[in-house]
Design a protein around this ligand. Sequence first.
Ligand code: GLN
Length: 444
Amino acid sequence: SYLDYIDSADSRVKAFLTVTADSALMKAAKVDKKIAGGESLGSLEGLPMAMKDNMCTEGIPTTCGSRILENFNPPYDATVTERLKASGAVLLGKLNMDEFAMGSSTENSGYHPTANPWDLESVPGGSSGGSAACVAAREVPFALGSDTGGSIRQPAAFCGVVGLKPTYGAVSRYGLVAFASSLDQIGPLTTNVRDNALVLNAIAGHDPKDSTSVPFVKPDYTRFLENDVKGLKIGIPDEYFASGLNSDVAEVIQKAIRTFESLGAEIERCSLPHTEFAMPAYYIIAPAECSSNLARYDGVRYGYRAEADDMIEMFKKTREKGFGQEVKRRIMLGTYALSSGYYDAYYLKAQKVRTLIKQDFDRAFAKYDVLLSPTAPTTAYKIGEKSDPLAMYMGDVYTIPVNLAGLPAISVPAGFVDGMPVGMQLISKHFEEGMLYKAAYAFE
Ligand code: GLN
């Protein structure tokens, strides 16, 4: 029935790049047999789901939203794919995204834009726009997205769903096509907080195949779902309510703060003084890492290859035709920032700023359990409305610092402005996803 629904709904939402109907039906039949045979079932047995198209799925196209990976069928599964399979979840397909996860609206997809189910003329956010839109449209009960600077949380906010970016190192990046390796994390998008905890249970945990994966003791995240935030210390960072924040969005978030207050949480204003430097630091670090990560798309090893007379010409033409505008912009920015003579002035400086931002959070978390802010300064805008890349970048001011510091953060629906959803962001200490679930569950 989910496949039938996707068949009709997705012609309007356009969240999917690939629908894996045949393998899904085969898997569903196996689940039926398991149930009939009284076999033990996985934690997500039989649940339909879909994945952002930058996570490797053996034998199933994984395009990263890019023409350069058109027809690329990975020879192996990402660790998250393996873990979801092991838990019994059924893959219904792969989801649209901004090319190589670079963007905030899914308009940078090399294939087609995705619509926001709340208003088909608006963007679903990005870069995990397909993941948020398909969950909001109820085409699947859950989806996976990836978040380098806000790409799970911002589309979750725009589409009125729950999206978690886990602590850096909590979920394996093995088989996630790299954008900016020191920032990328995979996480769940769901319709509610409990589902989110259930999916995180299935995908989190140490993986020796990812050298940045942390061998931490993984709790059962559902045990944090108790309706009690009495005495919880919540910090409200002033810098996240400064100019640029839409006043109607601010009003929804202020109301959410009052809700926490009425539930017995202790609310206090605080400061993260280096916030304004997060954006410029991110736009050095992320492009620098991307320029290195994307060097592998040369027409030889993966996907698209342009016709040419000699090898160098072939490299050039493949990259010229295969990559879109935004990806090329980032590769050029990153190559420049890393070039000799500029490395110290840009990349090294940005890394130092990154440390200052992390220290801001460390100081705040000495006092507070959770920090609360809007997820994005506005609600979803119309498709085609934001053509200036810098204006687009500014939409990530509240999400980017979290990635630079490697912290976990969740976006939960907090209300509406003119019929469009508003997301509230909660941030906590490293590996304290449980704290986020506790607060988000009580609020929901
Ligand atoms: N919008 C940000 C960017 O374009 C973040 C993207 C992401 O988190 N993948 O880089």
